[in-house]
Design a binder for this molecule. Sequence first.
Ligand code: FNR
Length: 352
Amino acid sequence: MTSDPHTNDRVAQSVARKDDHIRLALEQRRGPASSNDFDYVEPVHHALDGIDIDEVTLDVDVDGWVWPAPIYINGMTGGTDNAERANRALAIAARENGMPIASGSLSIALDAPETAPSFRVIREENPNGLVFANLGAGRSPDDAARAIDLLEANALQLHLNAVQETIMREGSRGFSTWLRDVERIVEAAEVPVIIKEVGFGLSGRVLRQLRDLGVRIADVSGAGGTSFARIEDERSGGGYAYMHHYGQSAVNCLLDAPADFPAVLASGGVRSPLDVIRALALGARAVGVAGPFLVAAMDGDEETAVNETQRWLTQTRQLLALLGAHTPAAATGIDVLLRGRVREFSELRGID
Ligand code: FNR
């Protein structure tokens, strides 16, 4: 804590918010998964396409950088004891299965260094794995460098969360500098920068803007999974129910993405290894999962998190063998049928 009472209030508010996010996300994501746009992407089953499971490797190439798995644990939390428990379990799961893992927003750790250990646990439990340091747009290149240092991170994950900020009572109301802020951070960062949404999607237009700024990796993080509109609405007393399903799905974002974007990642509403395959089929290089892994880590323990992430990788490998794909990249372009509203979106966007 500092001697400035306003800063202390802001930090106390941020700490409380982190536990609210975990609690409300768990409430949303427990139980059977709901239908979303991934259900409108139907892989065609060809009964003679299968290969031997030993022939499948799970490495992926993300803009010339090899990741050991096509699934990563997406940015979620840090800043409280509860968050530290989640980060420890998720970091152990990442280490045991060779999955990349992102922290939650390090903003709170930059403002209140006493909260930093709840993030550092990710690197301590996973000293040799791929770790991404998460921060929001609107921070300076210097803050970004501090966030990267704090986790000895292999990449910076910079989130664009204007919808969340808008619904959050204490959220920011000024977004006009974000494009320039992103550009400055991308220019200065000494590790790759991954730009991501937080569950409202990156449109084709935004991906083109990012590409023109020199961004090479983007996670579309679309709607249909954890809804931060709903979380912030529930935190701040309601009135935004009409925003709960706002935004584009990861499926539509992938269909809308410019073909020359160096590496598009998909997350948001990925509920199963079959959704991983669907995202790969539509061009994602790798696929992020947040809410479902949080449920495993918090409703269970470290072992539950290890087993659940391992199940996802094992079953993704099985599905790749079934489809005759030797690698996750080979799943891009398998036969899929687009149905219903996803087909309508692709037709409206002129995609065939
Ligand atoms: C998140 N997410 C998130 N994203 C981010 O960039 N920085 C953050 O600090 C957080 N915090 C956070 C907390 C909790 C509890 C959850 C569940 C999620 C968003 C996350 O990375 C992802 O974009 C969305 O949750 C959509 O993916 P799922 O949950 O549908 O797999």
